[in-house]
Design a protein around this ligand. Structure first.
Ligand code: G4P
Length: 534
């Protein structure tokens, strides 16, 4: 099969939701119905075994949150579907943001009783910034939930884009009768239970209205009325608007009852986009040139969107998760890390088949592969089989929370340094080394990141640290066109400067006025709230 054909049959999406909306359940059912797993419960099993082999995941267990994102691949209707999970907790939103840079669409799961909740709102914002197409699944229709029109209204308001219902519920909770398939003009009848396969649900044509009415009574008529209202208020299905992130198709169902799930799987194949082009910069004769990489381009390229310590606590290995952007990966290929121009020599290269990891045989644009390395790979790194290009767009946000690191056993200074460097490279936290010396500083977007880092320093590097509050409340990355201006600035603020894990200069502030004052004093200096890996 040609690269173009391989690329076109790939779908890479992230699943996003507020905790408890049913993301894990839906993930599991998607895997089940695509044939990727045989038995229900496997996804939860995967979670449990991960806990057992990884100390720092204790934090996840204790707090009942999902700290890390994971990747799963499935085959369905001749398509290769890559599913990327996102951490549910807001304190790991940076990680989530980076996962969202690696996907071509998102599946948003909403609890029909709660509507759009806080964490979903944040994730939506990120998708909106990137115009990521969003498919909406309204879950838990078997419970007493909100009126579907009301929910659509809320989704539209929160997403800032119109909804286009694809299925419509008849009743809810105890009276939940099933869903109307708007296009097929049939009604799929609900039966509770988690054993049933999607094809086992009975379907009746809407033309059989008297039979449906006899069976579901007033709930059927009410559903027909509200469906008509919804259809009247929604735009017609427009694939181009969906792909541009300006329209979301909405599906109703009950994940735990296997109901309405196949429709989502089909939507991923029929509606969600295959991998698209990606922007990169190319260095030609010392000049940076913006270049678009097409997924079917011959040369292999990919970008590291996540680095994770190996789950096996006995190894210091790390897995770099790479989203393939173009070409084909095959084992034995010689690869180069663009930033360092060094050859990448992974100890293994894996693909993520539901709960297993397998050696990669080949991978194309859209696929996620994991390179196990001992270091030398950072978040945002571009990996190619030769071409000198660097993908842009993987952001680091200026932290808003800072702590200084006090090592309790000075004999472990080397381990602490190594730990901080590696955790910084992973993006678990941002690490700043003050130019004026003194304790290292940790910068986070969410407070839980500090807990994770403190725990991991102890568990993985045997470095016991105390984290102390400090006066900083923000940071800005600094650039200037004129080196003399930059020197004047660094001379003026020697105590406020630090370098981050990537060696980029940053200005630390103690209040929002700081930046304004410094900017007024040095108008030529640029203060960046976001650093893109480039
Ligand atoms: P999350 O990953 O988004 O956090 O949610 P998860 O799938 O773990 O689901 C959260 C809870 O909601 C689970 O119940 C799950 O069984 C339930 N759930 C998921 N889908 C549906 C649905 O369609 N209908 C109903 N009624 N419940 C649903 P739990 O009691 O927390 O866990 P468990 O003991 O059932 O596994």
């Amino acid at each position: 099969m040609s690269y173009a054909l391989e690329t076109r049959r790939r779908r890479t999406f992230a699943i996003i939701s507020h905790p408890d909306a049913g993301k894990t359940t839906l993930t599991e059912k998607l895997l089940l119905f695509s044939g990727a797993i045989q038995i229900a419960g496997a996804v939860k099993g995967r979670k449990a075994s991960r806990h057992a082999t990884s100390d720092w995941m204790e934090i996840e267990k204790q707090r009942g949150i999902s700290v890390a994102s994971s990747v799963m691949q499935m085959l369905y209707r001749e398509h290769v579907i890559n599913l990327l999970d996102t951490p549910g907790h807001k304190d790991f939103s940076e990680d989530t943001y980076r996962v969202l840079t690696a996907v071509d669409s998102a599946l948003m799961v909403i609890d029909a009783a709660n509507g759009v909740e806080a964490q979903t709102r944040r994730l939506i914002e990120v998708c909106r910034q990137r115009d990521t197409p969003i498919i909406t699944f309204v879950n838990k229709m078997d419970r007493e939930v909100r009126d579907p029109l009301d929910l659509l209204d809320e989704v539209e308001r929160e997403l800032g884009m119109p909804c286009c219902p694809m299925t419509w519920p008849v009743g809810q909770g105890k009276s939940f009768g099933g869903i109307i398939q708007l296009r097929a003009q049939t009604m799929t009848l609900f039966e509770p239970g988690s054993e049933r396969r999607p094809q086992d649900f009975e379907a009746l044509p809407l033309a059989d209205a008297h039979r449906l009415r006899a069976r579901f009574g007033a709930a059927f008529d009410a559903a027909m009325d509200s469906m008509e209202l919804a259809a009247g208020a929604s735009p017609a299905w427009d694939p181009a608007a969906f792909l541009a992130g300006r329209l979301t198709p909405v599906f109703f169902g009950s994940g735990v009852n296997n109901f309405g799930v196949l429709e989502v799987l089909d939507a991923l194949v029929d509606m969600a986009p295959p991998p698209g082009p990606r922007r990169s910069t190319l260095v030609l004769d010392g000049q940076r040139v913006v270049q678009t990489v097409q997924p079917e381009d011959e040369g292999f390229s990919g970008v590291v969107f996540k680095v994770q310590a190996n789950m096996d606590a006995n190894h210091r290995d790390r897995i770099a998760f790479v989203r393939v952007a173009s070409g084909r990966y095959v084992p034995g290929m010689r690869l180069k890390v663009q930033r360092s121009a060094k050859e990448l020599r992974p100890t293994s290269v894996v693909t993520f088949m539901s709960q297993r990891r397998e050696a990669v045989e080949q991978a194309y644009a859209g696929d996620i592969i994991g390179f196990t390395t001992h270091g030398g790979v950072q978040l945002g790194d571009t990996i190619t089989d030769g071409a000198s290009l660097q993908f842009t767009g993987l952001p680091f946000f200026a932290p808003e929370l800072f702590m200084s690191v006090v090592l309790l056993n000075p004999l472990r200074a080397k381990q602490l340094q190594q730990g901080l460097a590696q955790l910084g490279e992973e993006g678990a936290i941002q690490v700043f080394k003050p130019d004026a010396g003194g304790h290292m500083l940790l910068g986070a977007v969410g407070a839980l990141q500090f807990d994770v880092v403190q725990h991991r320093l102890r568990a993985e590097y045997d470095a016991n640290v105390r984290l102390e509050g400090c006066q900083y409340t923000g940071a800005r990355w600094i650039t200037a066109d004129d080196p003399a201006q930059l020197r004047a600035f660094t001379d003026a603020y020697p105590l406020r400067l630090a370098h981050d894990a990537a060696g980029t200069l940053a200005y630390l502030c103690t209040s929002p006025y700081d930046v304004r004052l410094a900017q007024e004093r040095f108008p030529e200096i640029r203060f960046h709230p976001l650093r893109e890996h480039a």
